[in-house]
Design a protein around this ligand. Structure first.
Ligand SMILES: [Zn+2]
Length: 85
């Protein structure tokens, strides 16, 4: 019976919306944090992409990356697919 408590129903709706928003933000935040974190890999030698063995540019190494741009983009595309499924 929504007519009985219209204000309460609206407040509920707003609560639900902000709860969803908060969960979404937490997700985005965790993603951003994971991305910003230096990566590690047992096979990483400090110079070469762990996937294909290409030399990683110094700028990427400075960001703590263990994969070349190409392998990273493949990986991210794969992660997105996994999450969407
Ligand atoms: Zn690579």
């Amino acid at each position: 019976m929504i007519d009985d408590a219209p204000i309460g129903a609206l407040a509920d709706e707003a609560d639900r919306a902000s709860a969803i928003e908060a969960a979404f933000n937490a997700d985005a935040l965790r993603d951003a944090r994971l991305k910003a974190q230096p990566e590690t890999h047992p096979d990483f030698d400090g110079k070469h992409c762990v996937e294909c063995g290409e030399i990683i540019p110094k700028a990427r190494l400075a960001m703590g990356r263990v994969r070349c741009v190409e392998c990273q983009s493949v990986l991210e595309r794969h992660r997105k697919l996994v999450r969407a499924a």
